[in-house]
Design a protein around this ligand. Structure first.
Ligand SMILES: *[C@@H]1O[C@H](CO)[C@@H](O)[C@H](O)[C@H]1NC(C)=O
Ligand SMILES: *[C@@H]1O[C@H](CO)[C@@H](O)[C@H](O)[C@H]1NC(C)=O
Ligand SMILES: *[C@@H]1O[C@H](CO)[C@@H](O)[C@H](O)[C@H]1NC(C)=O
Ligand SMILES: *[C@@H]1O[C@H](CO)[C@@H](O)[C@H](O)[C@H]1NC(C)=O
Ligand SMILES: *[C@@H]1O[C@H](CO)[C@@H](O)[C@H](O)[C@H]1NC(C)=O
Length: 495
């Protein structure tokens, strides 16, 4: 009896203590969110150039008007996104040129710089940069637009990179095509003499350094002055380094999340040991490096008997068929996505936005072309013939650039951050190999919020690891990505 009473009292006390009304919960969330809200004025070094309206860009070439997009009439968007220009342009001046690239150009928002131009390209090969525009860094001028996973309708994106400067999204494949033809923007005199920042994600780890290198080595080609590059969760070396060596470490780091059974963990550990992955990081990933870093087994291609990544992916799918290699903690339900690609697997959940006839017409896209976010089914391309940029052009690009940035989301299992650390420590630029001093914990500070990962800067290269972010850092951590872009462009004093 007494016990029961005590129990009832305890229950009352504990439920009482835990009672939180929904509006109180909401209040706490709003309080936390305040720190993530940015005031206007992203371009801190551009205070004097502050304007209150969208910048009106004019083009000396009268043909530009054919590409103008009416920002007040984008289908399904119930606000005015401001002026922009989009369409197809041939990749060369050859009158018989059949190859055309689709571009979408936005001028800067009120506080953005008119002296700069950001070029963005997405992953792939075969994935569209319009994904970046609609779901990552994008969108517009008056009211930047964002339509990410699970959103019933587009919302204003406060962290659009158009707050920094003009942005040009180009649908790839650009790669070699872009390099051999003069980029299409040569027709837009307005853009000449601007400072160019090349940025991209994933497979763009190949494109961006090669394009940058081509521009640096052919300086008369462009009326733009290339300043630097930013590559996000980039493929820049071999799959063995970017997936296999760090894969089992990654599982241990997120062991509770993967929730593998003990038998499988034991199997993974034994395989990693046999393949010489287990002690790799503790032995070779030192600051400064002790010499060139070896490739376990001396091979750079994935072999079946050491493919721990594949084992992990398959096992993760068994207990979580919604497993998203681009952001490992996703579970069911798979979110609705207006672009039809909300995770590891394409989904047929909606009429795809860029596949709607009226959308294609609004942005001067070819109406009879079937658009899909990734046209190539193989997420793991065999690579092109170029050697990985870390072994070839990347050091030269870093040396020629004012600043170069590599960013990695920590929840990305497609390309794993620790592999990027290995690549950096094995790379020689500006006279030395790798970083000379260690990457410190909590060294990336997001303004007003606090530690949000790590950051390290030496000899013109800054490397960021962003916590709580999957593969697409501007989509999953837009405030962090925006701050990183400010650093790249010299709009802030600290990284
Ligand atoms: C971007 O500009 C808009 C409009 O001026 C402003 O409301 C927003 O806070 C800016 N965002 C950032 C990240 O500075
Ligand atoms: C921008 O400039 C163009 C051409 O100079 C002009 O036709 C248009 O009305 C201007 N738009 C705004 C919003 O000022
Ligand atoms: C490190 O660089 C050397 C020389 O380019 C190369 O032979 C080796 O395979 C690289 N190691 C890794 C882990 O990529
Ligand atoms: C692992 O390292 C040992 C000792 O250096 C070597 O004999 C063996 O071939 C390596 N195994 C693999 C799969 O790389
Ligand atoms: C443990 O995990 C492995 C890999 O997913 C699976 O094949 C095996 O059936 C699992 N064992 C049990 C008891 O669930």
């Amino acid at each position: 009896m007494i016990l029961a009473k005590a129990f009832v009292a305890l229950l009352a006390a504990s439920t009482g203590a835990r009672m939180m009304r929904k509006d109180e919960v909401r209040e706490r969330q709003m309080e936390a969110l305040k720190k993530w809200r940015r005031g206007p004025g992203p371009a801190v070094l551009h205070e004097s150039t502050k304007r209150s309206e969208v910048q009106n860009i004019t083009f000396s070439n009268p043909k530009a008007s054919e590409f103008w997009v009416d920002g007040s009439a984008l289908p399904l968007v119930d606000f005015d996104v401001g002026p922009s220009w989009a369409g197809l342009l041939p990749i060369s001046n050859n009158p018989n040129e059949m190859r055309q690239l689709f571009f979408w150009f936005f001028p800067p928002g009120p506080e953005g710089s008119l002296d700069d131009l950001i070029f963005w390209t997405n992953c792939g090969p075969g994935c569209s940069s319009l994904k970046g525009l609609l779901q990552e860094n994008g969108r517009s001028t008056i009211k930047p637009l964002s339509w990410s996973y699970g959103q019933a309708k587009p919302t204003v994106n406060e962290n659009s990179w158009t707050n920094l400067s003009s942005v040009l999204w180009v649908e790839q494949p650009v790669g070699t095509g872009f390099s051999q033809g003069t980029p299409n923007i040569e027709n837009e005199d307005q853009l000449s003499e601007q400072l160019l920042w090349l940025t991209g994600e994933s497979y763009a780890g190949f494109h961006v350094p090669y394009i940058a290198n081509y521009i640096y080595e052919n300086p008369t080609l462009l009326d733009l002055s290339l300043q630097g590059i930013l590559i996000i969760d980039p493929l820049i070396s071999s799959w063995v380094v970017q997936e296999e060596i760090p894969a089992v470490n990654f599982v241990h780091k997120y062991e509770g999340l993967f929730s593998f059974n003990q038998t499988f963990l034991k199997y993974l550990n034994e395989k990693a040991a046999r393949c010489n992955y287990t002690d790799y990081v503790s032995t070779y990933l030192t600051y400064p490096p002790k010499g060139l870093l070896p490739l376990p087994g001396g091979f750079s291609d994935i072999t079946a008997d050491c493919d721990v990544w594949e084992d992990i992916f398959n096992a993760a799918l068994i207990i979580n068929p919604a497993f998203n290699m681009y952001r490992i903690w996703d579970t069911y339900p798979i979110l609705w996505d207006i672009l039809g690609f909300p995770g590891s697997f394409p989904q047929e959940q909606s009429p795809i936005y860029f596949n709607r006839k009226e959308v294609k017409e609004a942005i001067h896209a070819p109406v009879d072309t079937e658009w899909s976010e990734c046209s190539v089914a193989n997420v793991f391309p065999d690579g092109d013939n170029s050697l990985p940029p870390a072994f070839t052009v990347l050091p030269n690009v870093i040396e020629k650039s004012v600043r170069s940035v590599i960013v990695h989301g920590m929840a990305d299992f497609v390309l794993i951050a620790e592999g990027t650390r290995i690549i950096i420590q094995n790379m020689t630029w500006n006279g030395l190999q790798g970083f000379q001093t260690p990457i410190l914990d909590d060294s990336f500070i997001v303004d007003d919020v606090g530690a949000f990962g790590t950051m390290h800067s030496e000899r013109g290269l800054t490397y960021y690891e962003v916590v709580l972010s999957g593969h697409m850092v501007p989509q999953f951590s837009p405030v962090a990505a925006f701050q990183i872009m400010q650093h790249l462009m010299g709009f802030r004093d600290t990284p």
